[in-house]
Design a protein around this ligand. Structure first.
Ligand code: KIV
Length: 271
């Protein structure tokens, strides 16, 4: 009987080695079993169970309402589907900002109850104690700087971040700080490409960009956006690889029509 070669598992160590070799890292979001299975089997390196589930799955305007229980539910569904990718789960708003003990407890719940491989949180130097405490429990941490959607009410817009010199300098300092605390990677969202490249070049850990240009170590997109399932969100950085909303709408309209015209099911589609 032919033996099927088990895909090599992606670990945080593999990602560091990829950066050293100059191999780009591909990351996408998933929130459910079926999508995660397709993404994993298509060769993705990292799956992010993003708190963008709050928008994409639940229809909220922001990422703020999603809870730790919701994230654990999504992450467990994804984990059941994945053989190869590293699965990173967002710590949702309000579950890590109060203090390092709360951050550690939230991270432990995610790891224990979902089986995920790492957590991600938004912010810079202010998270030092929390990141270090989570790491003492052996939980890998990914940082997230630039546009941090959990702080949307502080900034008021989803515009490009760190465009002036002082903000750019602060972002670079925050990125270096996250590396020094022990983060294994950082997401940079919606910042000038030149700055993102500078950050990636100054760090040993991988820098994954979304709207941060091509000079970083990898890219992440929200899967529903890149497949064209969502249409209302069209930032410049988003490349749509499919127009799935149109294909799905056409398929569903055909089904409705065939049911109504009694063309479905036909003689072969019944018992
Ligand atoms: O929640 C999310 O999907 C994210 C990505 C946009 C990086 O944080």
């Amino acid at each position: 009987m032919p033996t099927t070669k088990k895909p090599k598992k992606i670990t945080t160590h593999v990602l560091t080695e990829m950066k050293k070799r100059g191999e780009k890292i591909a990351m996408l979001t998933a929130y459910d079993y079926t999508m995660a299975k397709i993404i994993d089997q298509s060769g993705i390196d990292v799956i992010l169970v993003g708190d963008s589930a709050s928008n994409v799955m639940a229809g909220h305007e922001t990422t703020l309402p999603i809870t730790l229980d919701h994230m654990i539910y999504h992450a467990s569904s994804v984990i059941r589907a994945v053989d190869r990718a590293l699965v990173v789960v967002d710590l949702p708003f309000g579950t890590y900002q109060a203090n390092s003990k709360e951050a550690l407890n939230s991270a432990i719940r995610i790891m224990k109850e979902s089986g995920a491989h790492a957590v991600k949180l938004e912010g810079g130097k202010e998270l030092k104690d929390s990141i270090e405490r989570i790491l003492t429990a052996g939980i890998p941490v990914m940082g997230h700087l630039g546009l941090t959607p959990q702080s949307i009410y502080k900034f008021g817009t989803y515009s490009v971040r760190a465009q002036n010199e002082s903000e750019a300098a602060r972002l670079l300092e925050d990125a270096q700080a996250l590396e020094s605390y022990g983060c294994f990677a950082i997401v940079l969202e919606k910042i000038p490409a030149k700055l993102a490249t500078q950050v990636a070049n100054s760090l040993h850990i991988p820098v994954i960009g979304i709207g941060a240009g091509g000079g970083v170590d990898g890219q992440v997109l929200v899967t529903h956006d890149m497949l064209g399932m969502t249409q209302e969100f069209s930032p410049r950085f988003l490349r749509r690889y499919l127009n799935l909303k149109e294909d799905m709408s056409n398929a569903i309209a055909s089904y409705c029509q065939e049911v109504r015209q009694q063309k479905f099911p036909n003689a072969k589609e019944q018992y």
